[in-house]
Design a protein around this ligand. Structure first.
Ligand code: ASP
Length: 397
């Protein structure tokens, strides 16, 4: 009995009911925003302290700076390979699908795009000038940079001083994870409210208006999540990706419902450590970093969107331009924050690089929020697969 009514199953039920209620009871569903937002805020509430504590504990638990280089190098290598593979998959899929017949109207105002994304903005987003401001504004990339530097500095302290700090942060981290568990228990209701609201607000019918594009994105995401990442997990991590998915699926479902990798982080860390047996050291390092810079779904999405918009405008992309898309989409995914629609903003980088009109983004705006759910689920799934693989290499050393 307990198994049927597990939080995971109830969360799936929440998603299904959310879709149905969102379609059939529109006004009621729009009112559910308060509940959805409350759930989201609870998750966000512990995200920043958890990133700080888990990254700190994970780094200070390493024996030395060379250990950090070891796990750091493997993690970055994994991110690099999988993100490239995701963009490549997106480009292959989008080149197979023929958009010849698509006629779309671009008349929505794109106020997201007022701040155009550039390399300068990407660089600036890394370096904090006032760390308290970064904390209060939830600038995750900046918090990560500061925390890594801070934790490495602590590695240089004499043992007596180091131990006190590490013990405090370790307890702090554990307390955050207990809070995460309480919030996870609320996820069936939170997820139900979030999904019902999005479906009622955006109207699921919009998905059909751009069906070829939607299909291209979903097909690409599916191939990447199941085949690419599945095989990488199987070959390099020596684990069965399907049974691993069963263990961590709560995090993927929350990613889907919230469309935010950052808000999902407390859940990812919790399930990776508690259910999937990933060591605290690896989960605490790979997952916070991954939630911010490793976004396979977003990278894939951006490449598909660029080629799709080009075809709508009748622009034939050369091979060189597709190579440029390959690089810029990867960078844009790194630069995207783990929040809803962040990928839409960084997409301007890809569009500008190949000379596509930025208004083109308006064409795909209507379906962005729905596709965001799928790409965020893949973003988080990529991080979780990475955590398991890297754990194997780090611990077998
Ligand atoms: N919503 C995505 C995430 O949080 C980012 C994006 O917009 O693609 O992972």
């Amino acid at each position: 009995m307990k198994k049927i009514f597990s939080v995971e199953n109830l969360t799936v039920l929440g998603i299904i009911l959310g879709i149905l209620v969102g379609v059939y009871f529109k006004d009621f569903s729009l009112n559910l925003k308060i509940i959805g937002d409350a759930f989201l805020n609870l998750l966000k509430m512990i995200t920043v302290p958890l990133i700080f504590a888990s990254l700190f504990v994970s780094i200070t638990n390493l024996a030395s700076v060379s250990d950090l280089k070891n796990i750091g190098f493997k993690t970055i290598l994994y991110y690099f390979v999988t993100t490239s593979l995701a963009v490549f998959t997106g480009l292959v899929v989008v080149n197979i699908i023929d958009f010849g017949s698509v006629q779309a109207a671009a008349n929505e105002t794109v106020n997201h795009l007022n701040k155009e994304f550039s390399f300068k903005a990407l660089l600036e987003s890394f370096i904090p000038s006032n760390i308290f401001k970064s904390f209060s504004e939830g600038k995750i990339l900046q918090i990560i940079v500061f925390t890594i530097l801070f934790a490495v500095a602590v590695l240089f302290l004499e043992n007596r001083k180091k131990e006190t700090l590490v013990k405090v942060m370790d307890s702090f981290n554990d307390a955050m994870l207990i809070m995460a568990k309480w919030i996870i228990n609320l996820s069936p209701i939170g997820v139900f409210a979030l999904i019902a609201y999005v479906v009622a607000d955006k109207g699921i019918g919009t998905l059909f208006s751009l069906w070829q594009y939607v299909l291209a994105v979903l097909a690409g995401l599916f191939v990447h999540a199941v085949i690419n990442l599945g095989l990488i997990g199987y070959i390099f991590g020596r684990f069965n990706p399907f049974s691993y998915f069963k263990k961590v699926k709560e995090a993927v479902l929350i990613a889907f419902s919230t469309a935010s990798s950052s808000a999902t982080l407390p859940v990812s860390i919790r399930v990776a450590e508690e259910k999937a047996g990933v060591s605290k050291k690896t989960a605490g390092f790979v997952l916070p970093l991954g939630a911010t810079i490793n976004m396979d779904g977003t990278a894939l999405y951006e490449s598909v969107a660029a080629v799709f918009v080009a075809s709508i405008y009748g622009i034939d992309l050369s091979l060189t331009q597709q190579v440029i898309i390959f690089f810029t989409a990867s960078l844009a995914a790194i630069g995207a924050a783990g929040i809803p629609s962040a990928g839409l903003v960084t997409m301007t980088l890809v569009f500008s690089a190949v000379g596509l009109p930025l208004e083109g983004i308006a064409v795909i705006l209507a379906v962005d929020r729905f596709l965001d759910m799928f790409r965020t689920a893949v973003n988080v799934w990529g991080d979780l697969i990475g955590a398991k693989i890297i754990d194997r290499f780090v611990n077998s050393k």
